[in-house]
Design a protein around this ligand. Structure first.
Ligand code: SF4
Ligand code: SF4
Length: 969
């Protein structure tokens, strides 16, 4: 292993067990020995934490009167070290014996089925001390805590090594665990000695991964026992949820055909960390509700419309709970069973209600219908009558093939995906400003930043592992500025928190730039040599002195000045942003300001500086790179450029690609409403819940002449389908995925698909061939090899050189390098190589609060759930932790409205009304409320408006006017 601790290039030479070893100055003996292949046992030590040397297991003989703890003792020149002598072994054996004798009986609680990878037991076995059940009597004194849905705590098995404390504090930055009690009663404690399940623990499981005994263990999920690692298959892959793309290993019980548990895996971007979704949220794939056979809508179920009574609005809520109809997994002849009609909705499509409207079909029949109907509509209505929504959850290969199918099969650029709903405005501004839509540096580069602005990004919930790097950087001296209308957890970790009014970002950043220019904190040489249009920007921001910015944003002028000084005075700074910036009708203007702020201070193109729009889905970066967007071919080549079109016509062997940009997600819905788009292929998207103003979406979907939905579950959108194709989950296929850092990683097949469900790229190919495209891809690798020929940024990458940790693109030499961290060191990707500064004037949001609708609604995600909830609400752990929809309201607003925690509230906008539980939250500002959009039974997007940003065409999910009242009022 590499010795990483010291930064010095000086070395020392010492002798360890008779071998001469050279180590960097400052390295510990344990590091030097390990690098030389010499094993020294440890219990309290883990290289990811600061060493504490409390367990004394790693002591070595350095010729001094007392043994030295090798995990903390630094190497010295000429030092003579012995790591294994009879005395040392006796000391370690005695320590182990004492610790083991104080362990509880291993089988006392079946839920404690821990890893048999218990390091203490392994040591006991090494010293011939395997536990014989004769634990000391006091070994059962401190008890167990089973209050967390996912983690079992056995205080009696704890050896107080503090690895969990350091994992929680130093690695995840959650600061939940400490110590409580005295003497023998000393124990680890969650918050103020609360039960773990009632504490502020976010169930990241880092403490479990760190625990060397059975004190903190994963509980079995869905009764799949956690057996020793040696009895399970290890599959290295990548987390299927967010754009952070954490590397992980699934341990698979092949006998049961199921995952037993997951562990983080070392990779330069995630360093083995996971959040609750990655560590515990994978069992959705084994849900008995998986679609396992193709389905065709029955004749009697036309005309089309929503099939669920609650969506149709004709259901009597009778208060019964919904136990969800199920499909017997893996059996194509299964019968769907479930509850009665008219029950109160429980959060997922009621299969018993919807499935009778479909009949089972063979793949041949279903694919024939899909090809025939889409071809008929295309023939009658032309290219404009067809559209496709692809998925940012599918692999790069699948995204590439899907857009190729729509473009070459139906000669239209009407192909889009959920990037339109997350960072379309950021991409639009980035292309205009610097000629590239991808991040200019990685999130891990924050370690080199003097200052970082995290803005419009609830990162602890949306990009949890990236946020651990932010928190860690702050501990190491980086100043964190957090700018967001919600004082979410990142605010707790910020040096400066700016709670601006929603929709006032342009005024805030213009105010900051005004002050930076006034104080002379600009990088004039960078502005001169590497930017254009500075004078126009300067003129615009001159109208935003901090006092005026304060009037608009509500952020005190002095705080704006403080931000300007912190940003302008730092040696390097990065801006991370999320959908709080992009999901506005001014989203492109917001991002333009961030680009300008970086550029005028020279904060692009050097370590610790740059622009990082945190990408949402696991493969939204890749899907965009692959051209799953209506205005770009793969690699962001303009769809309406004749030269580009000619190039792709040649590459794809076709003669009639669409010369015009296609329609975006929201435009396709609008066109369908007017009868323009009449046939759609929906691959893994659920616009019924994810798009704004879903009453409008519902009408559009109902109006389509033909809709094929390819998905793993029966979604709300599938209720409008003519044909439903059962797809493979992420865990059931090979493919590549590109994370927010531009890291291209291999996702590997973990499980077989249930029933007749099929891998998505194969289904897309079957449709392609039925409409006459003559495709012959045999593997995802073959698709990747073709992709690379048309996507310059992925040049040199291949399945053979991505390795277990993936590679960043661009990457001139993947054999030697992880790829490019910092982009634009010399010039930008614009035509003239300069950053184009685009001034923006502040504009108010489209729908402001008034007397009837006095609150501002903000929508977004929560840590435990993902998008439309189709995966996470079928995950035992995630649903157990966060089972219900809530509206977050400031305590004073709640008091005025007569609402207390848990009371049912009715939230209404001009477009609809939903009922959900109240969450009184000090993190909201007065007059604002927040609703996560994952919950079908209280769909936030029933309330949102479909006004869009004119450039990125992204809807204004973050701002609309609502009324709140007691639901029983
Ligand atoms: S699960 Fe995570 S947040 Fe909870 S105590 Fe363990 S390390 Fe801390
Ligand atoms: S941070 Fe994102 S990629 Fe990492 S484990 Fe969590 S959801 Fe998965």
């Amino acid at each position: 292993m590499a010795i990483t601790a010291p930064e010095s290039t000086a070395t020392v030479t010492l002798t360890i067990d008779g071998h001469e070893v050279t180590a960097p100055e400052g390295a510990t003996i344990w590091q030097a020995a390990t690098a030389a292949g010499i094993d020294i046992p440890v219990l309290c030590h883990d290289e990811r934490f600061d060493p504490v040397g409390v367990c004394r297991m790693c002591v070595v003989d350095v010729g001094a009167p007392a043994f030295a703890a090798s995990c903390v003792r630094a190497c010295e020149d000429g030092m003579q070290v012995k790591t294994s002598t009879p005395e040392l072994e006796r000391s370690r054996a005695m320590l182990t014996k004492l610790l083991v004798s104080d362990q509880p009986p291993r089988e006392r609680d079946p839920k404690q089925t821990t890893t048999a990878d218990n390091e203490l037991i392994a040591l006991a076995e090494r010293f011939g001390l395997a536990p014989d059940g004769t634990a000391l009597p006091q070994a059962s004194g401190r008890g167990v805590d089973l209050s967390s849905p996912v983690i079992a705590v056995d205080h009696d098995a704890c050896i107080l090594c503090d690895r969990c404390v350091r994992a929680c504090d130093d690695i995840q930055g959650n600061d939940v665990i400490g110590r409580s009690g005295k003497g023998y009663d000393t124990h680890i404690a969650f918050d103020l000695s609360d039960p773990m399940g009632a504490s502020s623990c976010v169930s990241c499981g880092e403490c479990v991964a760190a625990c060397p005994t059975g004190a903190l263990t994963n509980k079995p999920i869905n009764n799949i026992p956690i057996r020793p690692r040696t009895e399970l298959d290890a599959v290295d892959t990548v987390c299927p949820y967010c754009g952070v793309g954490c590397a992980l290993t699934y341990y698979v019980d092949r006998e049961k055909g199921a995952i037993a548990y997951a562990e983080g895996r070392e990779q330069p971007g995630s360093h083995g960390r996971l959040c609750v979704k990655g560590r515990y949220g994978w069992d959705y794939a084994a849900s008995p509700q998986r679609l396992v056979v193709p389905l065709i809508r029955r004749e009697e179920s036309y005309p089309k419309g929503a099939l669920s009574a609650d969506v149709r609005g004709d259901m009597a809520a009778d208060g019964e709970s919904n136990d969800h109809g199920t499909a017997s997994n893996g059996d194509p002849s299964r019968k769907h069973k479930g509850g009665k009609r008219g029950r109160k909705p429980g959060g997922l499509v009621d299969y018993a209600e919807v499935l009778p409207h479909f009949r089972e079909a063979t793949w041949e029949e279903a694919l024939d219908v899909v090809a025939r109907r889409l071809t008929e509509i295309y023939t009658a209505g032309g290219p404009g009558a067809i559209a496709g929504f692809g998925s940012a959850k599918c692999s790069n290969e699948e995204a590439y093939l899907f857009q190729k199918l729509i473009r070459t099969g139906f000669h239209t650029n009407n192909v889009d995906h959920c990037t339109r709903l997350c960072h379309a405005s950021s991409v639009s501004a980035l292309f205009e400003g610097i000629g590239s839509g991808a991040v200019s540096t990685t999130f891990g580069d924050i370690k080199n930043a003097g200052v970082a602005i995290v803005t419009g990004s609830n990162s602890t919930a949306n990009h949890p592992v990236a946020s651990t790097f932010f928190k860690q950087a702050r501990r190491n001296g980086t100043t964190i500025i957090y700018v967001d209308p919600r004082a979410d957890k990142m605010a707790d970790h910020a040096d400066i928190y700016c709670q601006l009014k929603p929709g006032t970002d342009v005024a805030f950043y213009n105010g900051v730039m005004h002050e930076i220019i006034r104080l002379g904190l600009t990088d004039d040489e960078f502005i001169r040599a590497r930017t254009s249009n500075f004078e126009a920007l300067k003129k615009t921001v001159a109208d935003y002195p901090p006092e005026r910015a304060e009037q608009i944003t509500g952020v005190p002028a002095d705080t704006i000045r403080r931000v300007a000084r912190a940003w302008g005075g730092a040696k390097a700074g990065i801006i991370f942003w999320g959908m709080g910036i992009s999901q506005h009708t001014t989203g492109t203007d917001n991002a333009r300001c961030l680009i300008a702020l970086c550029a005028i201070t020279g904060n692009v193109g050097k370590p610790g500086s740059g622009l990082h729009p945190l990408r949402g889905q696991n493969n939204v970066q890749g899907a965009s790179d692959m051209g799953l967007i209506p205005m770009f071919y793969p690699d962001y080549k303009k769809a309406d450029d004749p030269a580009v079109r000619a190039r792709f016509e040649q590459a794809w062997g076709t003669a009639d690609l669409d010369p015009n940009k296609g329609l975006t997600v929201t435009e396709i819905i609008g066109s369908a409403l007017k009868g323009g788009v009449r046939g759609m292929y929906m691959l893994g998207e659920n616009p019924f819940l994810s798009d704004p103003n879903i009453n409008k979406v519902r009408k559009a979907l109902a109006k389509l002449e033909f809709l094929v939905v390819q998905d793993i579950f029966l979604t709300e959108t599938a209720e409008f389908a003519d044909v439903i194709l059962p797809a493979s989950s992420y865990l059931e296929k090979d493919g590549t995925f590109t994370n927010t850092d531009r890291r291209v990683q291999l996702g590997r097949k973990v499980l077989d698909s249930p029933g007749q469900a099929r891998v998505d790229w194969e289904v897309v190919q079957d449709v392609a061939n039925r409409i006459g495209l003559d495709w012959h891809y045999e593997t995802p690798r073959q698709v990747f090899d073709e992709m690379v020929t048309v996507i310059g940024s992925y040049q040199n990458l291949s399945y053979d050189n991505l390795g277990s940790t993936g590679k960043l693109y661009p990457n001139p030499d993947p054999a030697r390098s992880d790829g490019t961290v910092v982009m634009f060191t010399e010039k930008f990707n614009t035509n003239d190589g300069l950053a184009h500064l685009v001034p923006a004037e502040w504009l108010p949001a489209k729908e402001l609060p008034d007397e009837r609708y006095p609150y501002v609604l903000n929508t977004g995600r929560m840590l435990e759930h993902w998008h439309t909830g189709s995966m996470t609400r079928r995950s035992y752990a995630l649903d157990a932790i966060a089972p219900r929809a809530q509206v977050y309201i400031h305590p004073s607003d709640a008091a005025e409205l007569g609402l207390e925690d848990g009371d049912m509230a009715r939230v209404s906008s001009r477009r609809g009304s939903i009922e959900l539980a109240t969450k009184v939250s000090h993190r909201e500002a007065r007059g604002n409320c927040f609703i996560p959009f994952h919950f079908r039974e209280a769909a936030a997007n029933l309330l949102t408006i479909d006004e869009i940003d004119p450039f990125g065409k992204i809807p204004e999910f973050k701002f609309c006017a609502v009324r709140i009242e007691r639901a029983d009022g």
